[in-house]
Design a protein around this ligand. Structure first.
Ligand code: SF4
Length: 397
């Protein structure tokens, strides 16, 4: 546990508060009443929302700006020096993403600084009890704040089952170093995905002091970016990020025990996911649960004429491909008269691929002489379309 956590009043009691039905701003303030904010007077507080992608409020991709607004108001009123910052996925600029989410506008009205956490050189941090990841490259800002608040969106995730307050801290890793977690080799003698183990490793040194989980509009299915928005109108708050995530999992119709990075973190005693050991308020919080559609194990189920061969890719390539397929999968074959199906490869783990497999991203460059190939890290959708059809748009002529 974060033994230096200013929000832990009683080390023996893990608390989670859920607020529902009052809209994002009031839900956040209501849930924050469960923690003693006076403990952050004169402290520097970094609010770390999920502004990892270019998306607008209400799409279920990025944190709702009114949740961040409420957090800024609450911490400023408590006498803290508050800033908001993020480091997005590869190919997205922090300040542009924060602006697109609507967070910049609300922060500026409150004289709350907005930080592009990628603007400075990283600071290296060792992970003494690691299994697969022995160092992190951390955004320098993170170490200069007294208190870190993780403010994720409630989302399903294709590769980590869910993405909540523990995994949201991956946005404190510097620039492309996030990709390192997706590029780890298989673990000898273990079936665990290296990515999940790496997130648990990260959480052993990088956990928020407070989690505020935005369930205003979450994402089900093909999360973290290509799923369907799912409105829940709730907010979850806890000083134990694992407990907050465990409650959010139940609200989404899943169990933290079935989410590998949460299970492994709890086994290492980084937090509590056993809800019998957590005091959750109000008592009827389970009434607000609503099952989120699980992410498909195989993308070809979603796009029947497309076989996606994903071997050790990262979320930037996955997002690009998913958004591309959502936009074009049903019309692209009109432009490919010779083909009625498509093989696509992403990720660096491929050793061989069927002939004509479309290879996307620099990680597949070794096949560029034998297969159609679109470079980029991540590749750009218009270039994928051009490679397939010779066009950059499929708009009606
Ligand atoms: S090419 Fe794609 S999978 Fe490889 S590092 Fe870049 S974004 Fe990730």
């Amino acid at each position: 546990m974060n033994t230096d956590n200013p929000f832990f009043n009683n080390q023996n009691e893990v608390r989670v508060a859920v607020a529902h039905g009052q809209g994002p701003y009031q839900n956040t303030l209501t849930a924050l009443q469960s923690v003693f904010l006076g403990s952050v007077r004169d402290k520097r507080v970094l609010l770390k929302p999920n502004a990892g992608r270019m998306a607008r409020p209400g799409e279920g991709v990025t944190t709702h700006p009114e949740v961040v607004t409420a957090a800024i108001d609450a911490f400023q009123q408590a006498g803290a020096d508050v800033a908001v910052g993020d480091s997005p996925i590869t190919g997205v600029k922090a300040l542009e993403a924060l602006e697109a989410t609507g967070i910049t506008a609300v922060a500026q009205k409150r004289n709350c600084p907005i930080l592009d956490m990628d603007r400075r050189r990283f600071v290296e941090m060792d992970i003494p009890d690691c299994r697969v990841l022995n160092k992190l490259k951390l955004c320098a800002d993170v170490l200069e704040f007294d208190v870190i608040v993780s403010i994720p969106v409630m989302k399903m995730h294709m590769h980590t089952d869910v993405t909540l307050s523990v995994k949201n801290m991956k946005g404190c890793l510097w620039r492309r170093s996030k990709v390192q977690l997706h590029m780890l080799p298989p673990i000898e003698g273990s079936d665990e995905k290296p990515l999940n183990v790496a997130i648990a490793d990260m959480a052993s040194v990088l956990r928020p002091h407070l989690a505020i989980i935005d369930g205003t509009v979450g994402m089900e299915g093909l999360g973290p970016a290509a799923g369907q928005p799912k409105a829940l109108d709730c907010v979850v708050v806890s000083a134990d990020a694992f407990a907050a995530d465990a409650v959010a999992c139940r609200l989404m119709g899943t169990r933290a025990e079935d989410v590998p990075h949460l299970r492994m973190g709890a086994e290492r005693q980084l937090g509590v996911i056993d809800l019998d050991r957590v005091k959750i308020t109000p008592e009827h919080w389970r009434d607000w649960a609503s099952d989120f559609v699980r992410p498909p194990q195989n993308l070809s189920i979603e796009f029947p004429n497309v076989t996606v061969r994903d071997n050790n890719s990262c979320s930037a390539c996955q997002s690009t491909l998913l958004l591309f397929l959502k936009e074009y999968a049903d019309k692209i074959f009109d432009y490919l008269p010779e083909q009625n199906r498509l093989d696509i490869a992403i990720g660096k783990g491929h050793t061989e691929l069927p002939e004509k497999t479309l290879c996307l991203g620099n990680c597949t460059a070794r096949f560029k002489d034998s297969n159609p190939y679109v470079p980029g890290c991540p590749p750009v959708a218009s270039e994928i379309l051009k490679k397939l059809t010779g066009r950059t748009t499929l708009d009606k002529e």
